[in-house]
Design a protein around this ligand. Structure first.
Ligand code: SF4
Length: 417
């Protein structure tokens, strides 16, 4: 979401006459777009901003803090950091008027819905681009700051989304990823997310669609039925589970149980057996016992995700979980998350080995950073394939046979050549 917001910021500033520079020494304005979802992200970004201080003093460069940290900590950042402006995620259209100082707001009651429809984002070149379909979240998971810093859920009108995707296809992007904090809650009148996918599927020239993020409690049968039926919809689903313990899931306010989640996965796999799945896990939530942790490990083993994103719980100011008793010691949280990561690493390697011999349609994304005679390509199931090729092939679709696995990525060769 922040990458997409940064593209919107670039578009807003470009329309005000700003140019981006490759060398930071030549900048008049530095915008640091921030994440506040975890403590480590906040610490890192604050340290980075402090490193800009000599440059700011020497060159009189202005520094703005944008994004969720701006919203979460507000004007106090002006006292704590060597910065000039603070601007929240729904206020970027005021970026060109920053001389006024601080702008902090997520209010969705005024005319700011955060979609910046009057501005064209400056999109990073590539084969995939981001299209925001909704912003904000109403779920209030007890550990999460998103509803406080990104505001309540609001959906972009479907006609604007269709027009935007038609535009990016004509710019040459064959693939889009639809973005929202909880895309399953998308609503435009009676039109829901699965309806939107069906409309998008008809867009001429569009080859691939992905979306993130889904909430298990809102993943409807109608949406599951889109997999395997819509030719553009890739066979890949990111479905955060966060914990395998019902006690912890209830304390997190996630709205489903271990059993509910497993039944959902069974349903999805019945529909599309080859679908690739990934998840998020939050380890070390307040009150998490060894038994709760064991339930999470067991769930990870039983589901057999293709990939997982594991995080350590950290207290976020203003959330319900921050005031819960039984906060765990850091060493316990680290040990648990490492155990889950190690289990998932072995599963990922095993899943990738199982792909050897498969014939896959891939899109070439770029030249391998490690070997200029190799290219990196992406399967519909979001796996990376390395094969011989050149930069001129970026954007091409190829049919490849998977010949090996490096553990994290697949190796392949062109089929029928
Ligand atoms: S659904 Fe996601 S974004 Fe919304 S509150 Fe929960 S974790 Fe945060």
């Amino acid at each position: 979401m922040n990458v997409s917001d940064s593209e919107a910021i670039s578009g807003i500033l470009a329309s005000a006459g700003y140019l981006s520079v490759d060398d930071i020494e030549n900048a008049d304005l530095i915008i640091v777009n921030t994440c506040a979802v975890r403590d480590t992200a906040v610490s890192k970004v604050k340290a980075q901003i402090c490193r800009f201080k000599p440059l700011r003093n020497r060159k009189k460069i202005k520094i703005a803090v944008a994004g969720c940290l701006a919203e979460h900590e507000g004007e106090s950042l002006l006292k704590d950091l060597p910065i000039d402006y603070v601007i929240g995620p729904d206020r970027y259209k005021f970026l060109s008027e920053l001389e006024g100082g601080v702008r902090v707001s997520v209010s969705s009651t005024d005319d700011e819905n955060g979609f910046y429809s009057g501005f064209s984002p400056v999109r990073k070149k590539g084969v995939n681009t981001w299209v925001q379909v909704m912003r904000g979240c109403d779920n209030f998971c007890s550990y999460c700051v998103v509803p406080y810093v990104r505001g309540r859920e609001r959906s972009k009108p479907s006609k604007d989304i269709i027009r935007e995707i038609e535009g990016v296809v004509s710019e040459g992007f064959p693939e889009v990823t639809l973005l929202g904090q909880n895309v399953n809650s998308y609503k435009d009148g009676d039109l829901r997310f699965h309806d939107l996918l069906r409309h998008i599927d008809k867009i001429k020239g569009l080859k691939r669609v992905r979306f993130m993020t889904s909430h298990p409690k809102d993943l409807s049968d109608d949406l599951i039925n889109c997999f395997g039926e819509l030719s553009t919809l890739c066979e890949y689903l990111h479905l955060p589970v966060q914990s395998g313990s019902d006690k912890i899931l209830a304390a997190m306010n996630r709205g489903y149980t271990n059993k509910d989640y497993r039944l959902l996965i069974d349903k999805i796999r019945k529909r599309v057996p080859s679908i690739a799945l990934s998840t998020d896990i939050l380890s070390g939530f307040p009150g998490e016992s060894d038994e709760d942790h064991a339930l999470t490990l067991q769930l990870v083993k039983d589901i057999g995700y293709d990939a997982g994103f594991m995080f350590i719980y950290s207290k976020r100011k203003g959330t319900k979980a921050a005031s819960m008793e039984e906060q765990l010691k850091r060493e316990i949280k680290v040990a648990r998350v490492n155990e889950i990561i190690n289990v998932q690493m072995e599963i990922t390697k095993a899943k990738n080995s199982q792909c050897i011999g498969n014939i896959e349609e891939v899109i070439v994304e770029g030249v391998s950073p490690r070997n200029p005679s190799k290219i990196t390509a992406r399967t519909r199931t979001f796996k990376n394939v390395i094969l011989d090729g050149t930069a001129s092939e970026v954007g091409s679709f190829l049919t490849v046979r998977v010949t090996g696995s490096t553990g994290w990525a697949l190796e392949g060769e062109r089929e029928g050549v």
